[in-house]
Design a protein around this ligand. Structure first.
Ligand SMILES: [Zn+2]
Length: 388
């Protein structure tokens, strides 16, 4: 028996239908949402990696569209009486961008399949880009060649047509995305470069796609995931990159093709300066250090030094004296970092006692340890060192 709620899908026959009249054949409330079924619709439901179309029914926003069997369900926040007439309007700017992207993906996938024999095994279209997963490895050179051919196919303005072969015809046809169920097969053919089973709306010729650009590629489950944009989205992306490049050109005072070289040079310079700065900081720490020589050790207190700077000072002290060095630095009241080092003695018993006496944490190797302690006065630490 025929499904009484079967929806005529206008988007399958005419991808450019942006406004239509239809009759409400069912409207059921589910929580706060009404599931509206029309006798026909131009709203493409979510499916095949593509989001549902957006737009309105009698001016009321359509928040989602889902396909259940042969029924297209529009989710809206108001009740529509069964039997009433509605006017549906698509947000066609968004739909057209999706058509450009989706057709662009078919061009790209068709070329990858014919050049390398790889299949498109995953497709997802987000607001800003598409990801296309192939079951084979594509090198940077492969991707450049695919892009070049894809954009040449755009320039050739190849026709994009939809056909519905019979079950018998389908058995002998070569096309991508073969389906187990070939009843009601819908094929999208792009000139002589691609033929693929697909339910989505497409542009009428490759010229309407505009630029097809791969913006990223990553290894994915033994194959390759490409991030792709086409059409107006590619143009917007190019404009954004151009704005960013112009800012960098100004900052770095270079021409548009030399930005990354100039950035590399700046980074190299920053690394050099960081190294020089670290060396100067160590020298300054050493110059400002006032060590106290005790019976068994050398003790010193500083401010705002790092472990590296303390270690440098300890190394300098050990060049002159065989005694164990205990160096402390504080950045905020009561909290100290420390370095304990010795050329000849095991520092670990001293570090253990230090941690126990001052709620400390830390450790290291026999001749070097570092950590943190808490003490309300330097005198208490000094008293500890004197008892060693
Ligand atoms: Zn498709």
């Amino acid at each position: 028996m025929d499904n009484p709620l079967k929806t005529e899908r206008l988007y399958e026959k005419d991808a450019y239908c942006r406004e239509f009249s239809a009759k409400v054949i069912s409207c059921e409330k589910e929580d706060e949402i009404y599931n509206v079924v029309l006798d026909k619709t131009a709203f493409f439901p979510e499916g095949g990696g593509q989001s549902a179309d957006t737009g309105t029914l009698n001016g009321i926003e359509v928040v989602d569209v889902q396909l259940l069997g042969d029924t297209v369900v529009h989710k809206v926040k108001e009740n529509f009486p069964v039997g009433s007439e509605v006017v549906g309007k698509l947000n066609f700017d968004i739909r057209f961008r999706r058509m450009q992207n989706h057709s662009g993906e078919h061009v790209l996938s068709g070329i990858v399949h014919s050049l390398f024999g790889y299949n498109n095994v995953g497709f997802h279209m987000s607001k800003s880009e598409m990801t296309v997963d192939f079951d084979g490895v594509l090198t940077a050179e492969d991707i450049e060649e695919v892009e070049r051919r894809a954009n040449y196919a755009v320039y050739k303005n190849l026709p994009i047509s939809v056909s519905y072969p019979s079950t018998e015809e389908s058995e002998h046809l070569e096309y991508r995305s073969k389906l187990d169920n070939i009843e009601n097969l819908r094929l999208v053919t792009i000139g002589d470069i691609d033929c693929c089973a697909c339910c989505a709306p497409h542009v009428l010729s490759t010229g309407e796609i505009g630029m097809i650009k791969v913006i990223d590629s990553t290894p994915n489950k033994g194959g390759t995931r490409l991030t792709v944009i086409a059409g107006f989205d590619a143009f917007s992306d190019y404009s954004m990159l151009n704005r960013e490049n112009k800012k960098l050109m100004k900052t770095l005072s270079v021409s548009r093709n030399l930005v990354s070289d100039a950035a590399d040079k700046q980074l190299e310079l920053i690394n050099q300066l960081r190294y020089q700065n670290a060396e100067l900081s160590k020298r300054l720490a050493w110059a400002e250090l006032s060590p106290i020589t005790l019976d068994k050790c050398i003790l010193a207190f500083s401010k705002d030094l790092s472990y590296d700077e303390l270690r440098h000072c300890a190394n300098m002290l050990m060049e002159k004296d065989e005694k164990m060095c205990l160096l402390f630095s504080t950045s905020d009241e009561g909290n100290y970092i420390y370095v304990v080092s010795s050329k000849t003695e095991d520092t670990r018993p001293v570090v253990k006692a230090l941690n126990e006496a001052f709620s400390g944490k830390g450790g290291g190797k026999p001749n070097y340890a570092q950590g943190k302690i808490v003490s309300d006065s330097e005198d208490k630490i000094k008293a500890f060192a004197e008892k060693l």
